[in-house]
Design a protein around this ligand. Structure first.
Ligand code: ZN
Length: 339
C-alpha cells in the first residue's frame, strides 16, 4: 500500500513525498497529532517508500519483498518499539542502540519507529537523547505521539515535527466504507458508518469503536442522561455515575464528555451552526442535548469542564472512579440551587 493511500493527511503526505524525491531524509522525525488519524500507518508507508526496490512515481510499489516484509512486520532493517505497561523503558532503548549499531542488512538505512514516544520514561529518554546526538545517515528514527508536548524539550529539539490532523467526517466515512467492503458485512453495518464517523471526532480508532451498534447506543443513552443532569434528582446522578465508572473504554468516555462541554460552550456563544469542523460532534440528538445543557450559565459550564479534566487526570493515579464521577455529577444537579 503506497503513501498515496494515506487518507486525509495532505500536508504530511506532501512533506514526506518531498523528502523521498529530494532524497533528503532527516535523522529524526516526529509524527505528532491526535490518536487514530494515521500516524502509525504513515510511518510504515514511509518506511516502505524509503526501502522499496521498485519505486513507482516516487512511491512504494506495495509488492516487492521490502514492501511486503514491512507490511507484515518482518523487514530486517525496521524495528518498532511500543510501550510495555504504559512505559518505554531503558532496556528497550538499549535494544534500539544495539539494532542501529549494525549496518543495514538489505536496505540503505535502519529504521526505528517509536510508538507513543511520550511514554519514554526519564532514563529511557536520556539514553535515547544520547543516541539522537550521534547522527548517522544510515539510521532513521520516527517518533509517534499524540501528546508530544510531554516529550523532553531536548528530544523535541532534535526532531523534525510533522503534524497530523483530525480526519474530516467525510474521510472517516470513505475509509470505513473501504474497510467494510473488504469484510462483507451486512447492510446494518453500512448504515452505521455515517453515525460512527459523526461520533469519531476524526479518529479512526473511535470510528471503529462506534461502528459497533451497542457502543453507539450506550453513548446516545449516556449523553441524553448527562444533558438532563441539571433537571435530575441526586439518585439519578448517582446512578449515572455508577454507569460511567463501570464503563471500560475510559479514553472514549472522557473524549465524548470533553467534546460535549466544548460544543456546549460553542452553543452558548451561538456558534453551533457555524458549520462542520466547529462542533466536535454534530448529530441531531447531540445538538438537542447540547442545547439543553447550554441552559446553564457559562461560568458553571466552564467549572464543570475544569472538574472533568481533574477527574480525567485522577484516573491515572487509580482514584475511586465511582466517587469521582459521583462528586462531579451531583455538583451538576445542584448547580440550579446555586444560581
Ligand atoms: Zn516495493
Amino acid at each position: 500500500m503506497p503513501l498515496a493511500e494515506l487518507s486525509g493527511q495532505v500536508r504530511a503526505r506532501e512533506l514526506l513525498y518531498n523528502m523521498i524525491s529530494r532524497n533528503r531524509v532527516p535523522q529524526t522525525l516526529l509524527f505528532a497529532g491526535p490518536e487514530g488519524v494515521g500516524k502509525n500507518l504513515a510511518a510504515r508507508l514511509f518506511a516502505q517508500a524509503l526501502s522499496c526496490r521498485e519505486l513507482q512515481d516516487g512511491d512504494a510499489c506495495g509488492h516487492c519483498p521490502a514492501c511486503i516484509q514491512i507490511e507484515r512486520g518482518l523487514y530486517p532493517d525496521l524495528l518498532t518499539v511500543a510501550a510495555e505497561k504504559q512505559q518505554i523503558k531503558l532496556d528497550q532503548v538499549a535494544e534500539i542502540q544495539e539494532f542501529i549499531s549494525y549496518a543495514p542488512l538489505v536496505g540503505e538505512r535502519r529504521i526505528v519507529i517509536i510508538e507513543d514516544a511520550h511514554k519514554l520514561n526519564q532514563y529511557a529518554a536520556n539514553a535515547l537523547l544520547k543516541t539522537l546526538e550521534e547522527p548517522s545517515s544510515a539510521v532513521l528514527f520516527i517518533l509517534l505521539s499524540h501528546r508530544h508536548s510531554l516529550l523532553p524539550p531536548t528530544i523535541l529539539s532534535r526532531c523534525l515535527l510533522i503534524s497530523f490532523i483530525s480526519l474530516k467526517p467525510a474521510v472517516v466515512v470513505e475509509i470505513l466504507q473501504r474497510l467494510e467492503a473488504d469484510t462483507e458485512k451486512g447492510a446494518d453495518a453500512i448504515a452505521g458508518i455515517d453515525a460512527a464517523a459523526a461520533w469519531s471526532g476524526g479518529s479512526m480508532g473511535r470510528a471503529l469503536f462506534f461502528l459497533e451498534s451497542e457502543n453507539l447506543l450506550w453513548f446516545s443513552d449516556f449523553i441524553g442522561r448527562f444533558s438532563r443532569l441539571p433537571q435530575s434528582t441526586l439518585a439519578q446522578a448517582l446512578d449515572l455515575a455508577e454507569t460511567a465508572a463501570e464503563f471500560d473504554e475510559r479514553e472514549v468516555l472522557f473524549f465524548i464528555l470533553r467534546s460535549f462541554l466544548h460544543d456546549t460552550l460553542l452553543a452558548k456563544h451561538g456558534l453551533e451552526g457555524a458549520g462542520e469542523g466547529d462542533m466536535h460532534i454534530s448529530t441531531p440528538a447531540w445538538r438537542e442535548a447540547v442545547r439543553l445543557f447550554a441552559g446553564l450559565p457559562e461560568i458553571e459550564i466552564r467549572s464543570i469542564r475544569q472538574r472533568l479534566l481533574e477527574v480525567e487526570k485522577a484516573q491515572a493515579v487509580n482514584v475511586n472512579m465511582k466517587l469521582a464521577f459521583e462528586a462531579l455529577f451531583t455538583a451538576i444537579v445542584t448547580v440550579s440551587d446555586r444560581i
